[in-house]
Design a binder for this molecule. Structure first.
Ligand code: ZN
Ligand code: MN
Ligand code: MN
Length: 279
């Protein structure tokens, strides 16, 4: 089993590995820089070598690590300047991952801002195919969305439609977020339902393309389109469903990353411990 959580890089980027080890993670996700801004300071040689050597001396497999795109880019936007900036960020982030030896970059699929799904998908596919031309070994993972207003890529059918237009295929994969799937209408509340959902995912997207699983319970109910993550077993999905997802991902050897909240009820340490119990 490879399982961990999103960890902070606060202080310096190699601190991510310390944070992961402290939480007994065998997988982790980072932002390579402040996720709330457009600009990123270049990684220095010492940032890169410290990160790589720390990761190497840990027991964490490089292929169980990923980075997540910052929040501001929108790859489906109809605005030209926003599109160019978003594409540049996507390309920059794949380069930063390549420097750090991180194999996967998770990206959201964006919002068409009212221009319609067809147009949004067209721009998104255009952006992804441009980024796919960059020569590095980083795979871009498309994350299913929560189905918020104007969002692209909440149904497996549409995710598959997008995925099948991407070239070269070895540059692209998928990240499945359990909270997003549930709030966009996929029932994950029992073992049988989990199997049904992953069968449908396999049919449209292909389970072999699933490289990272984001394991989050949902604050809201099924189909509410509310992107609010919650503690494992305590949200709308519940313990049976979350447990079944953990077992499924382990069987398929897919690294599991938690993006659960930290509050008075629970922290990362506790959610990770509980995820291991479910396994
Ligand atoms: Zn995400
Ligand atoms: Mn996620
Ligand atoms: Mn989310």
């Amino acid at each position: 089993m490879r399982l961990g959580c999103h960890v902070s890089i606060s202080g310096s980027i190699d601190k991510a590995i310390d944070n992961a080890v402290k939480r007994k993670c065998s997988a982790f996700q980072i932002f390579t820089r402040n996720p709330r801004g457009w600009n990123a300071k270049q990684l220095t040689d010492s940032d890169i070598s410290n990160f790589k050597s720390k990761l190497e001396s840990s027991e964490i497999d490089r292929y169980a690590t990923c980075a997540h795109m910052p929040y501001l880019p929108n790859l489906a936007t109809p605005k030209d300047d926003g599109f160019e900036k978003s594409l540049k960020t996507l390309i920059d982030e794949t380069e930063r991952c390549a420097q750090l030896g991180i194999p996967y970059l998770v990206t959201h699929l964006g919002s068409h801002l009212g221009t319609g799904e067809k147009e949004g998908v067209k721009r998104l596919v255009n952006a992804l195919n441009k980024a796919g031309k960059i020569k590095n070994d980083v795979m871009i993972l498309l994350e299913n969305t929560a189905g918020q207003k104007n969002s692209v890529g909440y149904s497996f059918e549409q995710l598959g439609e997008i995925f099948n237009q991407l070239k070269p295929s070895k540059k692209f994969g998928v990240c499945f977020d359990t909270c997003h799937a549930f709030v966009s209408g996929y029932d994950l509340r029992s073992k049988d339902k989990v199997k049904k959902v992953f069968d449908e995912f396999d049919k449209f997207v292909g389970i072999e393309n699933l490289k990272i699983l984001h394991l989050n319970d949902a604050k809201g109910e099924i189909g509410c389109n509310l992107d609010r993550h919650y503690h494992l077993g305590l949200g709308g999905i519940g313990a049976e469903g979350i447990g079944a997802v953990v077992k499924y991902a382990n069987k398929k050897k897919i690294p599991i990353i938690l993006e659960t909240p930290i509050d008075d009820d629970r922290d990362d340490f506790e959610n990770i411990r509980i995820a291991k119990e479910f396994a």
